[in-house]
Design a protein around this ligand. Structure first.
Ligand code: FSX
Ligand code: SF4
Ligand code: F3S
Length: 314
C-alpha cells in the first residue's frame, strides 16, 4: 500500500513521543509566532514536512560566553527540540553530545572539515575580544580563535540569544574582556534571534524558512521581521481591559482578564521588538508580561545596560 504523504515523518515523530496532535499544536503556535493568520496552520505543517523529507543539513552549534539558557529553552520545550532535531543533523553541540575532552574537540574539527561551506553554524554566546580573547577559553583555545576557525566556513550563521547576537550578559558594562556579538567580533553577516533566552519557536521557523529557501527579511539589528517586526507592546494582553469586545474577540477573555498594564513598574514592552505575546514560551504557556513581570527588553541590543534600571519607568 502506498504511504500517505507525510506518514514517515509522523511515524518518526511518534517514536520520539510527539503525537500528530502535538505537532499540529506546535504548528498553530508557530503560525502565530510568524505573524500569520490561523488559516495558514496547514501550510506551515506542510512546509515542516517538506523540510523533514529532505536530507537533514549538518549543524554545528557553538557555545561561548552565556548561561546555556538558549539551549535549555530549545531542549526543554516539549517536542520542539524533537521537531528541530528531525529537520537538522546536529554534528556538534557541547551540551547534548556524548563526547568529552579531546574526543569532543576532534568531533568539532571533523564536522567543520567534512561539511566546509555546507553546514549551518548556530552560535550561542558572545566572544571576548580584548587581550587576544583571553577572557573566554575552552579546551586551551580562546572563544575568539574557535569562532574565527569555524564561523567563516559555515553556509549560514544563526545567532541564538542576545549574547551571540549583540554581546548580551557577558558584554554588560564594564565588560573587561571586550565581549562582543558574533557579527561585531568577526565582521560576518548573521541572522540574529535575540531574547534572553531566544524563543525556540523562532529558531524552528527560521530553520524551516531557510531550508525551504524562503527569503528572510531582517531589520537593522539582523532580526527576522516575521518574528521581530512588532514591539511586545503591540499585541500585549495587558493593553486593554476585559470589557473591550474587540480585544476579547481577538485574544479571548482569559487573556484580557489579565488587565493592569505594567508600564509604571518599568515595562520595556513599548521599546522592545519581539513576538512574545503570540509565540510565548514553554509550548505557548506564557511569557514574562503575562506572568506578571514587566518586559525587561531582553531582545534589544545592550539591554543589560540600556534597559536598566529594570523596575523604573523609562
Ligand atoms: Fe545569553 Fe543564551 Fe541569555 Fe542565557 O545562551 S541570551 S545569557 S538566557 O542562554 O545566550
Ligand atoms: Fe505595554 Fe508592558 Fe503595558 Fe503590556 S504591560 S501594555 S507591553 S507597557
Ligand atoms: Fe524578553 Fe520582554 Fe519577551 S523580557 S522574553 S522580550 S516579554
Amino acid at each position: 500500500m502506498k504511504k500517505e504523504e507525510g506518514e514517515g515523518f509522523y511515524e518518526k515523530l511518534e517514536k520520539k513521543g510527539v503525537s500528530r496532535r502535538d505537532f499540529l499544536k506546535y504548528c498553530t503556535a508557530l503560525t502565530a509566532s510568524m505573524g500569520l493568520a490561523s488559516s495558514c496552520v496547514g501550510k506551515v505543517a506542510k512546509s515542516i514536512e517538506k523540510v523533514a523529507s529532505k536530507p537533514r543539513p549538518p549543524v554545528v552549534w557553538l557555545h561561548f560566553g552565556e548561561c546555556t539558557g538558549c539551549s535549555e529553552a530549545f531542549l526543554r520545550t516539549p517536542n520542539v527540540g524533537a521537531i528541530i532535531l528531525d529537520t537538522i543533523s546536529v554534528e556538534y553541540h557541547e551540551t547534548i553530545m556524548a563526547a568529552a575532552g579531546y574526543q569532543a574537540e576532534k568531533s568539532l574539527d571533523d564536522a567543520v572539515k567534512k561539511y566546509k561551506g555546507k553546514f549551518v553554524c548556530v552560535v550561542e554566546g558572545s566572544v571576548a575580544t580584548k587581550y587576544n580573547g583571553s577572557y573566554g577559553r575552552v579546551g586551551g583555545k580562546t572563544f575568539l580563535e574557535i569562532a574565527k576557525e569555524v564561523v567563516p566556513k559555515a553556509a549560514a550563521v544563526i545567532c541564538v540569544g542576545t549574547c551571540a547576537a549583540y554581546g548580551g550578559l557577558s558584554a554588560a558594562a564594564p565588560n573587561p574582556g571586550g565581549y562582543k556579538g558574533i557579527k561585531d567580533a568577526l565582521g560576518v553577516s548573521t541572522i540574529n534571534l535575540p531574547g534572553c533566552p531566544m524563543n525556540p519557536l523562532n529558531l524552528l521557523s527560521t530553520i524551516v524558512k531557510y531550508l525551504n529557501k524562503e527569503p528572510i527579511e531582517l531589520d537593522d539589528s539582523g532580526r527576522p521581521l516575521f518574528a521581530y517586526g512588532e514591539t511586545v507592546h503591540e499585541k500585549c494582553p495587558r493593553r486593554v481591559h476585559f470589557d473591550n469586545d474587540e480585544f476579547v474577540e481577538e485574544f479571548g477573555s482569559k487573556e484580557a482578564e489579565l488587565g493592569y498594564c505594567l508600564y509604571h513598574m518599568g515595562c520595556k514592552g513599548p521599546e522592545t521588538y519581539n513576538n512574545c505575546p503570540t509565540a510565548k514560551y514553554n509550548f505557548g504557556t506564557s511569557f514574562p508580561v503575562q506572568a506578571g513581570h514587566p518586559c525587561i527588553g531582553c531582545s534589544e541590543p545592550d539591554f543589560w545596560d540600556e534597559m536598566t534600571p529594570f523596575y523604573e519607568e523609562s
